[in-house]
Design a protein around this ligand. Structure first.
Ligand SMILES: [Zn+2]
Length: 298
C-alpha cells in the first residue's frame, strides 16, 4: 500500500491492485492503472483519473526525484501500468526503466509541452529546463494529454476524463491569473533561490538568480556567493529562498551572511513530511504569497 498515492482529493478512490483484498462487486481490481514518475505528474494524473483509474507515484514522498533509481517494485509498476506518465530527461533512470519495461501506453510530458532551454532562463546550459510545472498553463496541457490517453485506454469513461481535465484546466488557468496579478506590481523583481527549479516563473516578470545552478546537490563556488552577496546588497533583496527536499544550509548561510531572511520556496518536485497535507495548488499559492512578501508586491 505504501506505493499508492493518497492525494487529498475529494472522491478519489485509491484501491490496491491486489485481488485478494478487492470485493468483486467493486469490479475495479482490473481497473485502469497509471504510473506517474513524480509528484506534479501524479497530481495531474490523479485529477484526470478521478475515481475511474488508480494512480501510483514512482517517486516516494520525501524523495528527491532528480536522482530516483526505480526499485524492483517500481519497475513492476511501470511494466503493469496501462499508462506511464513521465518526463524524458528529468529522471534518467526512469527513462531507462520506461524504455525497457513499459507494457502499456507511454506519455512523455516533454513531448506534450514546449520545454524552454535553461539559457532562456539565464543559466549557462543548452539543456532544456524540465521544471515546466511551475507554469500552470503548461501543466494543463499535460492534463489534456492524460485525458486523451485514458480515453483511448478506457473509452467507457472518456466523458469523465474529459470533464476532469477541464476542471483541472479551470483551476490551473485561475492560478495563472493569480500569479500574473500578484506579481504585476512589485518593488523588486529579483529572487534568489537555491537550485534552478523556478525559471518558468520568469514569465511573470521575475528574474531568478540561483545559488546552486542546475543540480540540487552541487556546491556554490566562493565567486558565486560573492556575486549573490553583491546582488542582495545592491538590489535591497529581503529574502533568500531555500527549498524543501534538499538541505537548506547553503541558502540559510547566504541569508545569514547578508543579514536577510531565509524562507522556503517549494519547487513542488515532490511532497515531504512537512507538506504531506498540501497539494500542487496549495503549494503554488504558498509560493506566490512568499514571492509577493519577499518582493514587496501589490
Ligand atoms: Zn529540480
Amino acid at each position: 500500500m505504501k506505493a499508492l498515492v493518497a492525494l487529498a482529493l475529494p472522491g478519489l478512490l485509491v484501491l490496491s491492485g491486489c485481488a485478494a483484498f478487492t470485493d468483486d462487486s467493486v469490479g475495479l481490481d482490473n481497473g485502469v492503472q497509471v504510473a506517474a514518475a513524480f509528484y506534479p505528474l501524479a497530481y495531474v494524473a490523479a485529477r484526470v483519473a478521478g475515481d475511474a483509474a488508480t494512480v501510483e507515484n514512482l517517486t516516494a514522498p520525501g524523495g528527491e526525484p532528480h536522482d530516483l533509481e526505480p526499485t524492483v517494485r517500481e519497475t513492476a509498476e511501470v511494466a503493469q501500468a496501462d499508462l506511464v506518465v513521465f518526463e524524458r530527461g528529468f529522471q534518467p533512470a526512469v527513462d531507462d526503466t520506461v524504455d525497457e519495461n513499459a507494457g502499456g501506453a507511454v506519455l512523455d510530458a516533454a513531448d506534450v509541452v514546449s520545454l524552454v532551454p535553461f539559457r532562456d532562463h539565464g543559466v549557462d546550459s543548452d539543456e532544456d529546463d524540465p521544471h515546466f510545472w511551475q507554469d500552470p498553463l503548461l501543466l494543463a496541457e499535460v492534463g489534456d494529454a492524460v485525458a486523451d490517453q485514458l480515453s483511448d485506454i478506457d473509452p467507457a469513461h472518456a466523458d469523465d476524463y474529459a470533464a476532469n481535465a477541464e476542471a483541472l484546466r479551470g483551476d490551473l488557468e485561475r492560478l495563472d491569473r493569480e500569479y500574473a496579478a500578484g506579481l504585476a506590481d512589485c518593488q523588486r523583481d529579483t529572487v534568489v533561490v537555491s537550485h534552478d527549479a523556478f525559471g518558468y516563473l520568469e514569465r511573470y516578470g521575475i528574474d531568478m538568480q540561483t545559488i546552486l545552478g542546475l543540480s540540487p546537490d552541487s556546491e556554490p563556488t566562493p565567486a558565486d556567493l560573492a556575486r549573490l552577496q553583491d546582488l542582495i546588497n545592491s538590489q535591497g533583496i529581503t529574502t533568500v529562498f531555500g527549498e524543501s527536499l534538499v538541505s537548506p544550509a547553503v541558502a540559510e548561510a547566504l541569508a545569514h551572511d547578508t543579514g536577510v531572511r531565509s524562507e522556503v520556496l517549494d519547487p513542488i518536485e515532490g511532497l515531504s513530511d512537512r507538506t504531506a497535507g498540501e497539494d500542487y495548488l496549495s503549494l503554488m499559492h504558498a509560493n506566490l504569497r512568499a514571492l509577493e512578501e519577499a518582493n514587496g508586491c501589490g
